[in-house]
Design a protein around this ligand. Structure first.
Ligand code: NDP
Length: 288
């Protein structure tokens, strides 16, 4: 029995279909000596179908956007470009400049999706007004949020135009399943997909717990794929979560793109759910 469909896509509320695995850019653009490698990795990923690219004005203080800009210079229209605004730029005045600066670094005239990176002191209502202004001006095609838990989402939903939110980008992988308690069901009810960041648990203890777990190793071994690929295929298993792993090594890029073709069986999903149980009750949103 299979779970989900092959070559999965994730639907945005406006009907746009995106490939279920994209590319992250955090930590790119820091060191000029590896820039060519980073550009090459992103281009390779695009060629392999990972056309969603996630960046932010925060990453290397614009450096990651510059790397992205170089990677997409001759294929902008093939890419679904996501960037994020700092919370302290998320007011009506500063967001216009922040967005213009991101567009300049990215070498484009529009973002496909612009996210509030996390909630800061600016009232959500003002942030939404600023995002809507940018949308009406054609600088962004749509907007969303990141790191908003259920209460914040409810608040967003209740303000004018708050329901135009296209995604919520949050941390999600098998070893961190807190969102399944109430945030994910809340978003599902409203057809707002999740963009899963740190889908490979980035670094540290949880990464080892995730990628070296005997069950994930066993499933990967049986299929002749890597544990990272199993971790990614688990994240995208239900069709409404898009994973954005970051990879510079080309072998990683190739693996991540190929993970879009892995359809876990019902039994494999059950085994993984048993190995990585979701928390019983509400836990605060995990962040990095
Ligand atoms: P990831 O979970 O994507 O882990 C990235 C690490 O995994 C890198 O060291 C990379 O190595 C390695 N890797 C990638 N592919 C493989 C593979 N197939 N096998 C083994 N190792 C692999 O962490 P990130 O924190 O980068 O999260 C992904 C993206 O999400 C970010 O880049 C960013 O765009 C976004 N993000 C958003 C946040 C938010 O607040 N909204 C917060 C954090 C991340 P290498 O590069 O050497 O190939």
């Amino acid at each position: 029995m299979t779970h989900g469909q092959k070559k999965r896509t994730v639907l945005l509320p406006d009907g746009t279909a995106l490939p279920a695995i994209g590319q992250g850019t955090w930590y790119m653009g820091i060191n000029r000596s590896v820039r060519a490698e980073e550009v090459k990795a992103l281009r390779n990923g695009i060629e392999r179908g990972m056309t969603v690219i996630d960046t932010a004005e925060m990453y290397a203080e614009g450096g990651a956007e510059e790397v992205t800009g170089e990677a997409i210079a001759d294929c902008r229209d093939d890419v679904f470009l996501v960037s994020k605004v700092y919370p302290h730029h998320a007011d009506r005045k500063q967001m216009v400049t922040a967005c213009e600066n991101s567009l300049k670094r990215l070498g484009t005239d529009r973002l496909d999706l612009y996210l509030l990176h996390w909630r800061g002191r600016v009232p959500l209502e003002e942030t939404v007004q600023a995002l809507e202004q940018l949308r009406e001006a054609g600088k962004i095609v749509r907007w969303g949020v990141s790191n908003l838990d259920t209460e914040d989402m409810q608040e967003l939903w209740d303000i004018p135009a708050g329901q135009h939110c296209a995604v919520n980008q949050v941390l999600y992988h098998a070893a961190s399943r807190g969102i399944e308690n109430d945030l994910l069901p809340w978003l599902r009810e409203r057809h707002v997909p999740v963009m899963a960041y740190c889908p490979l648990a980035q670094g540290g203890r949880l990464r080892t717990e995730l990628l070296e777990h005997p069950v994930i190793r066993d499933i990967a071994g049986q299929r002749g794929v890597s544990t990272s690929q199993i971790a990614l295929s688990w994240v995208i298993r239900d069709g409404d979560v898009l994973a954005i792993p970051k990879a510079v090594q080309l072998s990683h890029v190739a693996e991540n793109a190929a993970a879009m073709d892995i359809v876990l069986t019902h039994e494999e999903v059950e085994r993984l759910n048993g190995a990585f149980p979701a928390p019983e009750g509400k836990v605060p949103l995990d962040i990095v």
